[in-house]
Design a protein around this ligand. Structure first.
Ligand SMILES: C[S@@+](CC[C@H](N)C(=O)[O-])C[C@H]1O[C@@H](n2cnc3c(N)ncnc32)[C@H](O)[C@@H]1O
Length: 271
């Protein structure tokens, strides 16, 4: 191993890492053997998991397109942004609104350093290494204050991340803190791993997922439709509400690539 190898940089490559598992499932190269082994266990439980992950990116794309278009949003806060991928939120938003500004936030230092190298290549984009469970730190961060005007509506994206926040950390209370700082006309978009009854999930896939993540850098806490919907307290939910993510305003003629009942998703507007 060279001096610049991952261990020398303080990166734990032996524990499956949620960002790098996701990267592997998206076809990325920023992952190690332990991440790939965990991803293979997920694939064994749900062979089309890579399709589910792509469907999640597609949901983000539809939500961002709506926010930047009809929603008139010009500034975005992407919480739990993940490793840079093929089409990132600022690229999605700028297809509609070329002046859109985006702050990416991730608690994983590897994600943050890759983001700083790959995403922050021009004006109006920043990557902040921070934990979304600390809204005050994030909203007081120098890059957030530089790029996001607190007096203007903002689009907050929480895609496939809140299920890594356990109930004891009070995720609904955390989201309420962001909501209280957002001006009217702001939006919240969420996708979230969904719990399932034995009838809905006879193969026990959700349980298999949870056990794979038990060994990983963060554990999986799937939630019911009602619990996911409660994140939107104080927001007006856009039609069709909190639904399976593939059913949230699907693009005509673009079928889901994975199992349609996996994550639930919704978008709300602060009145
Ligand atoms: C499954 S990836 C989702 C990436 C992207 N949002 C998407 O949906 O394509 C989850 C990301 O959330 C990050 N994450 C997990 N817990 C976090 C926390 N408490 N604060 C900030 N980021 C977190 C992980 O490091 C990882 O990059």
């Amino acid at each position: 191993m060279t001096e610049r190898g991952p261990a020398a940089r303080g990166i734990d490559t032996s524990t499956p890492n949620v960002a790098r598992i996701y990267d592997y499932l998206l076809g990325g190269k920023d992952n190690f053997a332990a991440d790939r082994a965990a991803a293979q266990q997920l694939i064994a439980a749900t062979p089309d998991i890579a399709g589910i992950v792509r469907d999640n990116r597609a949901f983000i794309g539809r939500a961002v397109r709506y926010l930047a278009g009809q929603g008139g949003i010009r500034q975005f806060l992407d919480l739990g942004a993940g490793l840079p991928t093929q089409l990132n939120v600022h690229e999605m938003a700028r297809r509609v609104a070329p002046d859109a500004r985006v702050v990416y936030v991730d608690s994983d230092p590897v994600v943050a350093s890759h983001g700083q190298a790959l995403l922050v290549r021009g004006e109006g984009v920043a990557m902040v290494c921070a934990d979304l469970r600390k809204p005050e730190d994030i909203l007081g961060d120098a890059d957030v204050l530089r790029l996001l005007d607190p007096d203007q509506p903002v689009g907050v994206i929480c895609a496939s991340v809140l299920h890594f926040v356990p109930d004891e950390d009070e995720p609904h209370q955390i989201i309420a803190q962001y909501r209280d700082r957002m001006v009217p006309g702001s939006f919240l978009a969420i996708s979230h791993g969904a719990s399932a009854t034995a009838e809905e999930d006879p193969g026990g896939v959700v349980g298999s997922f949870t056990s794979v993540y038990r060994q990983a850098s963060a554990q999986l806490h799937v939630r019911s439709q009602a619990e996911i919907q409660r994140f939107f307290d104080g927001f007006e939910l856009l039609e069709p509400g909190v639904v399976w993510m593939t059913e949230w305003r699907p693009d005509p003629g673009v079928p889901p690539t994975g199992q349609p009942r996996s994550l639930r998703a919704g978008v709300g507007r602060k009145p």
